[in-house]
Ligand binder design. Structure first.
Ligand code: ARG
Length: 460
């Protein structure tokens, strides 16, 4: 069995259970690229600073590159005894190039090494998530462009409130997703400082050039305090928060999908390829994808709370508790990635039932505010107008009618001020098209928003 790299002061082998419990290779193996990248930069710097001979640095770099490609070709099996990805790679290096390989860890600790790997990893996955979000935005923009005249009720308290268009509803999610992208960019900034060089906790006596390493690894700054460098996991928490908020948006959207494809709403029909059946009820077609996205949102909140709880009582600097940062970050990434990709395809393939949307808007007094606004435009103070239309609505409910089906005599019985132009004012298309100030649902306004966002997409 290969000896542990830190076994010098130990007189006994670790118990198998200790290895099992202590080791993180089963989950941190996925950091191999970041780990090798960080080691290459460190080795180059050691050579440049003459901490180790240049030819040793060159050999280490060459061998690390070979190890990377061997891992990618599935030629390497990691070992649990070697604990984590850092020591696995270092011991493979030593197996391959002997004593020269033993020089790589000069002036470095696993504490600043793992922190560096996590910084690199979080920056990488933020970019992947941003791309997925952009794809979803682009799907929503395409769908919205087709529905700038598709009338649907807008809701408050899940009660029909005012007519809007389906495009307007979709574009609300575009705005949320744009903020999500901003948030992931901010996470990248939070992770954009290099911990390497902090050593175990107090830097090192070697003349390391931390700015050189930062440049090699594309960091725009270095941590100014070594204790903070090795014990900061704020950027992981920021990442989990950004994931949680994006998932919360997807979850709200999912809830709407679940409602919209119910027989009660029937606003949309999901594509067969993105829904599932029941093992007992032959008629069922269930929105499982939307429900799972909604369900998995809770799981990402769990990841966030898990790491916040891990960190809350830790004294400076590194503590092994911090190895528990990885699984929540990995889990949150895996979860949001598959959610974004699947959700995107589900949305791209929905059928929109325009008639059902229009019917819902036509039968829920969604135009009552417009009737009140008509009165205001004819000199009635808004509070009184509200009361008059309230009476009209009550009359309609008593008589099983909608506002557009009342005769002018019926209007005038409630208030003689009404004339024929009321019908135009409460026409659903007019209700929408008159709401044309910025932020509103009018066709032209939403079309402008779509165009602005299409233009932004490349810059986000
Ligand atoms: N696997 C460890 C982690 O993820 C690496 C750092 C270990 N450092 C140490 N001093 N034991 O945190």
């Amino acid at each position: 069995m290969a000896k542990k790299l830190w076994s010098g002061r130990f007189q006994k082998e670790t118990d198998a259970l200790t290895d099992d419990f202590n080791s993180s290779i089963s989950f941190d193996a996925r950091l191999y690229q970041q780990d090798i990248k960080g080691s290459i930069a460190h080795a180059k710097m050691l050579g440049k600073q003459k901490v180790i001979p240049q030819e040793d640095a060159d050999l280490i770099v060459e061998s690390l590159k070979q190890i990377l490609s061997d891992i990618q070709d599935n030629k390497i099996e990691f070992s649990e005894q070697m604990e984590d990805i850092h020591m696995n790679i270092e011991s493979i290096l030593i197996d391959r190039i002997g004593d020269v390989g033993k020089k790589l860890h000069t002036g470095r600790s696993r504490n600043d090494q793992v922190a560096t790997d996590m910084h690199l990893y979080v920056k990488d996955i933020c970019l992947l998530i941003i791309n997925d979000i952009k794809e979803l935005i682009s799907t929503l923009l395409d769908l919205a462009a087709k529905h700038t005249e598709t009338i649907v009720p807008g809701y408050t308290h899940l009660q029909r409130a005012q007519p809007i268009t389906f495009a307007h509803q979709l574009m609300a999610y575009v705005e949320m997703l744009k903020r999500d992208i901003k948030r992931f960019r901010q996470v990248c900034e939070m992770a954009d400082s290099l911990p390497l060089g902090a050593g175990a906790l107090a830097t090192t006596t070697y003349p390391l050039d931390r700015y050189f390493v930062a440049k090699e690894l594309n960091f725009s700054s270095v941590y100014l305090n070594s204790l903070d460098a090795v014990s900061d996991r704020d950027f992981c928490i920021d990442f989990l928060e950004a994931v949680s908020i994006t998932m919360m948006h997807l979850s709200r959207f999912s809830e709407e999908i679940v409602l919209w494809c119910s027989s009660e709403f029937h606003f949309i029909t999901l594509d067969d390829a993105f829904s599932t059946g029941s093992s007992i009820m032959p008629q069922k077609k269930n929105p499982d994808i939307a429900e799972l996205v909604r369900g998995k949102t809770g799981r990402t909140y769990g990841d966030l709370i898990s790491l916040l709880s891990t960190m809350k009582g830790l004294p400076l600097a590194y503590n092994k508790d911090m190895q528990e940062d990885k699984e929540p970050v990995f889990d949150a990434f895996d979860t949001i990635e598959i959610c974004l990709k699947t959700f995107n395809k589900m949305i791209a393939t929905i059928t929109v039932n325009k008639d059902a949307m229009y019917d819902a808007a036509a039968h829920g007094f969604a135009n009552a505010t417009d009737a009140a606004d008509w009165l205001v435009k004819h000199g009635i103070p808004f509070r009184d107008a509200h009361g008059i239309v309230g009476q009209l609505v009550y009359y309609c409910i008593q008589n099983g009618k909608s506002l557009d089906k009342l005769s002018l005599e019926e209007y005038q019985k409630i208030d003689p001020i009404f004339d024929n132009t009321i019908y135009e004012a409460i026409d659903l298309h007019n209700c929408v098209s008159q709401r044309n100030i910025v932020g509103g649902p009018a066709k032209a306004t939403v079309e402008r928003a779509i165009a602005i966002n299409k233009g932004l997409l490349t810059k986000l």
